[in-house]
Ligand binder design. Sequence first.
Ligand SMILES: [Ca+2]
Ligand SMILES: [Ca+2]
Ligand SMILES: [Ca+2]
Length: 350
Amino acid sequence: MERSRSVLFRTISRFAGTMAVVFLAAGAASSSMCDPGPDADGDCVSDKREQELIDAFAPLLRFDAEEQYRLSSVPWYLPRVGMQIVCPSRTIVLRQPGQITSPSTMFFTVTCDDGQVHYAGYSTDASGEPRKPPYELFHDRENELERLETREGHLASAEIYAHVRSSPWPHLTTYDVTYWFFYPWNGDVVGTWGIDKGHHQGDWEHVTVRVESNGSGGWRMHSMFFATHVEGYWRWPSEVDKVAGTERPIVYVARKTHASYAKPGDYVLDPVGIDHANPTECTLGLAGEQDCWDAYSHVRNVGERGQLTPGVWFFEYSGQWGPNDGWKTESPRGPRARGTRPPAFIRASA
Ligand SMILES: [Ca+2]
Ligand SMILES: [Ca+2]
Ligand SMILES: [Ca+2]
């Protein structure tokens, strides 16, 4: 049964994968298929249902026992970074730390010294897709202590970001709930040849829970996608640890790299190195707890492209979330610039 279900799912999902849309694609369902009730982001999934799903599958993060760099909210991070643009002849600082406080301070036009005009913060090509930009955020503050504090993140005010939409699975009551995690700093991995590498600022990670009706008015996990360094992998619900008495998944976060795993352990990233995801016990609710973090009630629904939820304007930022650092690393671009339909269901080992 498990096997035949897997084969069928794989076949259909491969087809669906070819129709995948990038992050925040506006809802395309016909109005006759839309949920009744308010739908602020216009994707035919009602506000009520989006929130219900976000709460039902909000993950619990468990950090490696030796983790140094934890997550933060983006509003905590932005006042601690500036923005610069890499023009052909030099890099120009556009904003100092503390100056990105509103959409108008992040999105504006700037002219490089070669006369080219760029849209700092956000630019698209003719098809509306984000262009690879020449600008980037940075948090190289002059005060070293402040710089190191930023890298550690801030769990006490942390939040994560959810994107809910109908899944490509051809089933009327199936949804994809993607949770985005933001970490100010991705630390070095100890490489196979003893070379530490991979650090960068602004580390975005994500998981996607595919949800189906449980047949009695509620929801259950159909499958779950864990993003890792290269691509990621799917797991069945029986292969995912959950918070007791709930459908909420536990995500094991790899030390410094923050790749997401369904089970604790060491994962070889040959030739890059090894991911360690070995948490100690966590005691939820304990003041100052650093080994785990419960996302429940700390998730913001970001909405859809063109209909973002008020207050998450920074999701339009399509540049790099940190500066490049020579051969060692390239800071990633954020959710706005990346497709987050998980790849077609392929059952692979992690
Ligand atoms: Ca909606
Ligand atoms: Ca939505
Ligand atoms: Ca990472």
